[in-house]
Design a protein around this ligand. Structure first.
Ligand SMILES: *Cc1c(COP(=O)(O)O)cnc(C)c1O
Length: 375
């Protein structure tokens, strides 16, 4: 049985009429950049997240970079973040000329551990950039408290967490700015690249609108150096259709995640995803932790049976070649290094069937039992 990590073709089949007609309308009208579809989608997203402003940009990576700049991050500033994330999180801090400063993760959520943040704050620290990894919100209560006490900005990386909630409040609406990605495999995926920054701060929103459009408010009059980074009208029209289904898709993801976890509980040595009491997990990814170095065996075995899996992420950022200049070494972030050896994400999408999940977990169980016998 072949099972992909995500099946985007199945989703398209179920929405084909609506999406084709939305795309057709954009093409018929012939307005592709900063048109009415983008404006409408920005309004829909602002309403969905309960924020005042939403600014569509070209990708989740650009959302992070533009949000950092719009929040006033300067060269030589230090920005605190997690080493256990996608490169874009730290890369964009560095692109602003600032220095990414890593803080180890909480092993239960794989998100930045708030109890380790204060020790890393210096006179140069200007912001905290938490990531809501896999779709589980970071501990925003503690993070915003520390930020207030030390006068730091909070920029949320919500690339994997659109629709997730912290104490009932959607992530992205809690810090000074929230960054979304519409990369195809994210909970709300475009048919190409796309991203968005959301904020309640009118000054930040104004800067974002300038930055994404070559630093201009009025065409051909430029106030600062900016970017060519807009969410195009075709993607906005597609995402606008999909946004209407997002909450029902997240509910399906949650039901499937809980079914997976029930099946997994029968097998020793596997930890299923945790949901903190404050959290509503949106399960962009369903990620298990395999104890006793079994992860790679299980991954190989599943691959041989046609089941796709993924490792988010196999090497913590503090150990990456690109960050050698920061001077970190193995052992600096033990929880992040343990996670990189143990995590494995299984196929999860709204159309995945219970039969497929049962098949996957029975293969996992078989592999783990055989491993135990060998030991
Ligand atoms: C996907 C992702 C990004 C980047 O988004 P793109 O749209 O691919 O540029 C940033 N941070 C995290 C945690 C992500 O998962």
């Amino acid at each position: 049985m072949k099972i992909p990590l995500v099946d985007l073709k199945l989703q398209y089949k179920s929405l084909k009429t609506e999406i084709d007609s939305a795309v057709g309308e954009v093409i018929e009208r012939g307005e592709f950049i900063l048109g009415p579809e983008l404006k409408a989608f920005e309004e829909d997203m602002a309403a969905y997240l309960d924020v005042k402003y939403a600014v569509g940009v070209a990708s989740g990576t650009d959302a992070l970079e533009l949000a950092l700049l719009a929040c006033g991050i300067q060269p030589d500033d230090e920005v605190l973040t997690t080493p256990f994330t996608f490169i874009a999180t730290a890369e964009t801090i560095a692109k602003c000329g600032a220095k990414p400063v890593f803080v180890d993760i909480d092993p239960k959520t794989c998100n930045i551990d708030p109890s380790k943040i204060e020790a890393k704050i210096t006179k140069k620290t200007t912001a905290i950039l938490p990531v809501h990894l896999y779709g589980h919100p970071a501990d925003m209560g503690q993070i915003t408290k520390i930020a207030r006490e030390h006068n730091l900005k909070v920029i949320e990386d919500c690339a994997q967490a659109l629709g997730a909630k912290h104490k009932g409040k959607k992530v992205g609406s809690i810090g000074n700015a929230g960054c979304l990605s519409f990369f195809p495999s994210k909970v709300l995926g475009a048919y190409g690249d796309g991203g968005m920054v959301v904020t309640d701060d009118p000054a930040v929103a104004e800067k974002l609108e300038m930055l994404r459009n070559h630093g201009s408010k009025e065409k051909y009059y430029h106030l600062v150096h900016g970017f060519n980074s807009r969410l195009d009208s075709l993607q906005a029209a597609i995402l606008r259709v999909k946004l209407r289904y997002l909450d029902s898709w997240i509910e399906l993801r949650r039901q499937k995640a809980s079914h997976y976890s029930k099946l997994v509980s029968q097998i020793d040595g596997i930890e299923s995803p945790w949901e903190a009491p404050y959290a509503y997990h949106c399960f962009n990814y369903y990620t298990l932790r395999f104890k006793e170095q079994r992860r790679d065996k299980v991954r190989e075995f599943l691959a041989s049976q046609g089941i796709a899996t993924a490792i988010y992420y196999p090497l913590s950022l503090h150990l990456q070649e690109v960050y050698r200049y920061l001077g970190y070494k193995p052992g600096d972030f033990p929880q992040s290094e343990l996670a990189q050896a143990e995590v494995l994400s299984l196929p999860l999408y709204p159309e995945l069937t219970e039969g497929q999940m049962e098949e996957i977990i029975s293969l996992v169980g078989r592999c783990c039992r055989e491993e135990t016998k060998v030991r």
